[in-house]
Design a protein around this ligand. Structure first.
Ligand SMILES: Cc1cc2nc3c(=O)[nH]c(=O)nc-3n(C[C@H](O)[C@H](O)[C@H](O)COP(=O)(O)OP(=O)(O)OC[C@H]3O[C@@H](n4cnc5c(N)ncnc54)[C@H](O)[C@@H]3O)c2cc1C
Length: 400
């Protein structure tokens, strides 16, 4: 009997665990260790500040989902992995594994920009607590509007979510009747609008320029945010951008447990894997979703991260699960699905409008890439959220 531990229980972790159990059946033990007792549909956090979603609408307890599938759940934080001894030390004891899947997502690299972080005036919507704090700030801002700076820090890999927040924020200002008192500046490390950390998509830059012009949003590309104070965002070229409200998407590190485990990850805490998601040094360890390292080959003036979004997180988890099953069955050939070649499928919600992004491959070279703007309403991501919550609640991890 193989004993498989999955650390992390959100997009990639849940998928990996449920797929492993579905494919292996009852003869093997699959255990999820996660510090969060709930699954969070993170893409909908962009709506929480504007009270369009409550946290309870976008979370599900993971224990019932896993126990129904005969997967054991341990609500604990993994502290350290010993890849040589094949052990995971957690806040609730130490566990041995035959195979380990690391699906621990990111830690937020606030310390890379002076002034960012928990005590800062700058908002962060990457987790439920930050989204709720942003709601408080938004409600104050409506009573006392002023200049706004929204953007992403150098190396941030999730600029798409910051764009979504920008356009939703602008639309909410109009809905609140304060738009004429609000000057909005978009600050991005991208070399051009719509690079998204994937070298752009044909037509994307032109479309975003039209959006910025139409919505009267100023923008600064190649921007390296150096420091934030209580009322200014400061760029490394010396520009000071005053703000009454600001939301900056930070860069990511790999999770602390990876950074605390010698030999497991690289300097930023991401785990080097082959195209099979198997660790480059330790064949019993797999890493999926944001936890996996995927170096990009393009260079930009201000460094950018690649967006390891929900779809690649799920696909990498399915590939790793399949490969662990093959290893347990004694097979030698593993399935390869490099993250950069996974199709890009994304709906960018832009506040009462949306853009569907479809590419055959996340990174270049691509055979096709398509942007479909819908300027009239934003229904796609809302429907997708309902589908994904239903699929997750029912443990249907094999669905797309
Ligand atoms: C605001 C925002 C909006 C986004 N919008 C979109 C979108 O529209 N479309 C899209 O495709 N993607 C979007 N993304 C990206 C998407 O959220 C990620 O791709 C996805 O969350 C990655 O899944 P993951 O499982 O790798 O990591 P996560 O979802 O971050 O899960 C990591 C899990 O590991 C747990 N964990 C971490 N450390 C430990 C530890 N030491 N011990 C135990 N458990 C641990 C965490 O508690 C968490 O449950 C967005 C991201 C953000 C921040």
């Amino acid at each position: 009997m193989a004993n498989i531990i999955v650390v992390g229980g959100n997009f990639a972790g849940l998928t990996a665990a449920l797929e492993l159990k579905r494919k292996l059946g009852s003869g093997h033990q699959v255990t999820v260790i996660s510090k969060s007792p709930v699954f969070v549909f993170i893409p909908s956090l962009i709506w929480v500040p504007f009270s369009e979603r409550e946290i309870k609408d976008i979370t599900l307890p993971v224990e019932p989902i896993l126990s129904k599938a005969n997967v054991k759940f341990i609500h604990a934080e993994a502290l350290k992995v010993d890849p040589e001894k094949q052990k995971v030390e957690t806040t609730k004891g130490t566990y041995s594994y035959d195979y380990l899947v690391m699906a621990t997502g990111p830690d937020l690299a606030f310390d890379e920009v002076e002034g960012l972080g928990e005590n800062s005036n700058v908002s962060c919507i990457c987790h439920p607590k930050g989204a709720m704090e942003t709601r408080k700030r938004w409600e104050e801002f409506v009573k006392n509007p002023g200049p706004v700076v929204i953007g992403a820090a150098p190396i941030a890999g999730c600029s798409g979510a910051a764009y979504e927040f920008l356009f939703n924020f602008e639309q909410q200002c109009r809905a609140a009747g304060i738009r004429d008192q609000v000057d909005i500046t978009w600050v991005t490390p991208e070399p051009f609008l719509g690079h998204f950390g994937i070298e752009g998509i044909a037509g994307g830059e032109a479309m975003l320029k039209v959006f910025m012009k139409m919505l009267n949003i100023r923008y600064i590309t190649n921007a390296a945010i150096k420091k934030v104070t209580g009322d200014e965002v400061i760029l490394d070229d010396g520009r000071h951008l005053p703000y009454k409200f600001s939301m900056i998407m930070p860069a990511f590190y790999g999770a602390k447990v990876v950074r605390n485990s010698p030999g497991l990850g690289n300097q930023r805490g991401f785990i080097p894997v082959h195209d099979t998601y198997q660790h480059k040094v330790y064949p019993t360890i797999f890493a999926v979703g944001i936890a996996a390292d995927y170096p990009v080959s393009f260079h930009t003036k201000v460094p950018l991260g690649m967006p390891k979004t929900g779809y690649p997180a799920d696909e990498s988890a399915k590939t790793a699960a399949e490969n662990i099953v093959r290893l347990i069955r004694g097979e030698k050939v593993l399935k390869e699905k490099p993250m950069g070649k996974i199709p890009g499928l994304c709906i960018m919600d832009a506040g009462k409008k949306e853009v569907l992004i479809v590419t055959n491959s996340l990174l270049k070279p691509r055979k096709f890439a398509m942007l479909l703007p819908n300027p009239l309403y934003d229904i796609g991501k809302r429907l997708f959220e309902k589908y994904f919550m239903w699929k997750t609640k029912n443990g249907l991890s094999y669905l797309p």
